[in-house]
Design a protein around this ligand. Structure first.
Ligand SMILES: Cc1cc2nc3c(=O)[nH]c(=O)nc-3n(C[C@H](O)[C@H](O)[C@H](O)COP(=O)(O)O)c2cc1C
Length: 291
């Protein structure tokens, strides 16, 4: 039976943070959603210490075999999440992973202390694709920043800490090694790749923020290579994601070293993708990969 840092899971397919709104899905599908929940564990959208409105529209742009988003992490902030969302997410029939992000170590400490103290939460994912306000450096782009952050957070909770790696570095394995050294229990990868598009009608940047992050099938071969490099370098388990659309894709990620997989962009097209891919995976184990 697959597991998430020792937490037993019904199958190896999770959602990728920010790509499946379980609270909205419950409103649409009612309690039927709980009876046939698509994922073996649920990862929340990233929360930040204070509420964020996100970026101005346009925030999504379709590309060949993918999409660029510049959503900008809109969320209710820590208090809003704990009061409004956590009780609803706790009703899901699967373990809950809460994704957190902050721009300073003190703020990260606040998030991990508050979220880690809640028994409804099984594990915490650290979204480190954010600048440190003190150094100006993106934490997840610097092994030294990553290890220092983990060393500050590790003593605060006994819950598993998963570090979500950014693909926007020359050497993701070096950052994964730093996360492991700092006491991370697992890594997850990949987050979106920095990307731009221009609106052919106007010649202006397609996204109001100017740039965004690419996801979907277009990123899959890059995700697989980064996964190979990372899993060769660390012994903690890796959750692999990036363009997974079916069981054969998921099997490739397992073949590349992932212990679990996560589905992101595909859930926008097929909200039942999680359980479909878990079922397809049963017949698409490595050795039976699509050719
Ligand atoms: C609309 C959208 C919102 C996202 N929001 C988050 C987020 O809040 N936190 C996070 O760590 N990653 C976020 N991601 C990145 C995904 O979790 C995932 O790492 C990435 O999209 C690659 O997987 P995919 O190709 O299957 O979508 C988001 C991606 C998309 C497309």
């Amino acid at each position: 039976m697959p597991d998430l840092c020792g937490i037993p899971l019904a199958h190896p397919v999770l959602n990728a943070s920010g790509t499946y709104d379980a609270i909205a899905a419950r409103r649409v599908f009612g309690d039927a959603l709980l009876e046939d929940f698509p994922f073996a564990a649920f990862v929340s959208k990233t929360i930040t210490p204070e509420p964020r409105a996100g970026n101005a529209p346009r925030r999504i742009w379709e590309t060949p075999a993918g999409m660029i988003n510049s959503i900008g992490l809109p969320n209710k902030g820590l208090e809003g999440f704990l009061v409004e969302d956590l009780p609803q997410l706790a009703e899901l029939p699967v373990p809950l992973v809460v994704s957190v992000m902050a721009t300073g170590r003190e703020e990260f400490v606040r998030l991990v202390e508050a979220v880690g103290a809640r028994e409804e939460v099984a594990a915490i994912e650290l979204n480190v694709s954010c600048p440190n306000v003190h150094s100006g450096l993106i934490v997840g782009e610097q092994p030294s920043e990553t290890v220092a952050l983990l060393q500050a957070l590790r003593p605060l909770t006994a819950k598993p800490l998963i570090v979500k790696l950014t693909p926007n570095v020359a050497d993701p394995a070096a950052v994964a090694i730093a996360a492991e050294e700092g006491g991370a229990d697992a890594v997850s990868l990949i987050n979106t790749l920095k990307a731009s598009a221009f609106d052919p009608a106007s010649g202006e940047p397609a996204l109001a923020a100017g740039h965004g992050g690419l996801s979907g099938p277009a990123v899959r071969p890059i995700a697989l290579q980064q996964l190979r490099a990372v899993t060769a370098a660390v012994s903690v388990p890796a959750i692999g994601m990036g363009g997974i659309c079916d069981g054969a894709d998921a099997a490739e990620f397992l073949a590349a070293g992932a212990s679990l997989v996560a589905v992101g962009t595909e859930s926008f097209r097929d909200p039942g993708a999680g359980s479909r891919i878990a079922a397809e995976l049963e017949t698409a184990r490595p050795g039976t990969l699509r050719v």
